[in-house]
Design a binder for this molecule. Structure first.
Ligand SMILES: [Zn+2]
Ligand SMILES: [Zn+2]
Length: 367
């Protein structure tokens, strides 16, 4: 099967013919339908996050089940599924404490399957699968806990986005921050995840939602998803602009959805007294953010991180689907462009250049 292979950071992905095994026990073989062009993959391509190479990236996807391994009962061949990049073992400390999004055994085994071995290979060499998925390949072997069955009538594009950016963004607002009705919010970075934090805050009833970015087109796009105000961080001091919009106080909930030390500090500073700053963006490995220690204590601020929107993907994907079907959550409007797998490098160039909205790699698979 064809896949885009990352051999070396800062080099383009290479489309190759690779070998794929049969699924082992508790694994599922899928045909990828749609893969989202998400910034987390770009962090790996640029070397800002670490994955062993060679690797197949792509962690936001929908698929159709081809074959199931021994013991798999949640899906059968032909089922349409949303893929989760946080499959879980179900018996580690994190899983047992209700944090399947941060399963210890998944984090330990990373881009290999739970038994520590790989299912995809090229010329006898093992490849890593980002999030045990690898959606930039036509097929994948994934853990059974990483697939959630959906109605065959559900849009496979919308399903793919629910696999990462939608659940991460909306979840950050409603599960991690628990935004309350009538509250004030700022969202720093309104790319794929940030737009969904905006939507999550809107769904939760926030009345003032300030989008912060350095891209005017992105700020304008955020208005379609519920941002009430916008701040271009390149034209003046963004902290002052946020405070000016909130009677000098700052916001009840400040969200960071970009991933840098500077924007983490801005989110912390933008949160008002007794406010909460939630960090959803992943900063480059090793980067440290400065936090005002006096404000943290005297203003009793809360600072927290949210991975995968602090969601439980196997349950919360269905909450996202219900919000989407009820018309409260706009997923279709997020997608602005579609590519073939051969165009994957072009897709990432456009993301890096700040082209607005989500790109998807559509494999043209019919259910
Ligand atoms: Zn993602
Ligand atoms: Zn676990």
């Amino acid at each position: 099967m064809k896949a885009a292979v990352l051999y070396q950071t800062t080099q383009p992905l290479v489309i190759e013919d690779i070998e794929i095994d049969a699924p082992k026990a508790n694994e599922v073989k899928v045909k990828i339908a749609v893969a989202g062009v998400c910034r987390s993959d770009l962090h790996f391509m640029k070397g800002e996050a670490i994955i062993p190479v060679p690797a197949v990236l792509g962690h936001e996807g929908s698929a159709i089940v081809m074959e199931v391994g021994e013991g798999v009962t949640n899906v059968a061949p032909g089922d349409h599924v949303i893929l989760s990049f946080a499959p879980y073992c179900g018996h580690c400390e994190s899983c047992l404490n209700g944090h399947s999004n941060a399963c210890d055994n998944h984090q330990r085994t990373g881009g290999k399957q739970f038994d520590g071995t790989s299912r995809i290979h090229i010329n006898g060499q093992d490849l890593a699968q980002m999030g045990k998925l690898g959606c930039f390949g036509e097929e994948a072997i994934v853990p059974a806990t990483g697939v959630s069955k959906i109605d065959p009538g559900m849009s496979l594009r919308a399903a793919a986005l629910i696999g990462c950016s939608v659940t991460t963004g909306v979840g950050t607002a409603i599960y991690a921050a628990e935004v309350t009705p009538g509250s004030t919010v700022c969202v720093i970075g309104v790319g794929g995840v940030g737009l969904n934090v905006v939507q999550g805050a809107r769904i939760a009833g926030a009345t003032r939602i300030i989008a912060v970015d350095i891209n005017d087109a992105a700020l304008e796009f955020a208005g379609k998803f519920g941002a009430t105000d916008s701040v271009n961080a390149n034209s003046g001091d963004p902290l002052k602009a946020i405070k000016d919009l909130t009677n000098g106080k700052g916001v009840d909930y400040a969200f960071e959805a970009f991933g840098s030390s500077e924007t983490i500090t801005l989110a912390f500073d933008a949160a008002r007294k007794h406010g909460t700053a939630v960090i959803a963006g992943i900063a480059p490995v090793g980067e440290q953010a400065g936090i005002d220690g006096v404000a943290l204590v005297r203003q009793e601020k809360t600072l927290k991180g949210a991975y995968y929107g602090s969601s439980k993907p196997s349950i919360d994907f269905y909450h996202m689907i219900d919000l989407y079907k009820s018309g409260k959550l706009d997923v279709d409007g997020l997608v602005t462009r579609s590519y073939t797998l051969d165009q994957v490098n072009e897709a990432y160039d456009e993301l890096d250049r700040g082209v607005v909205g989500r790109g998807v790699i559509d494999y043209g698979v019919q259910g």
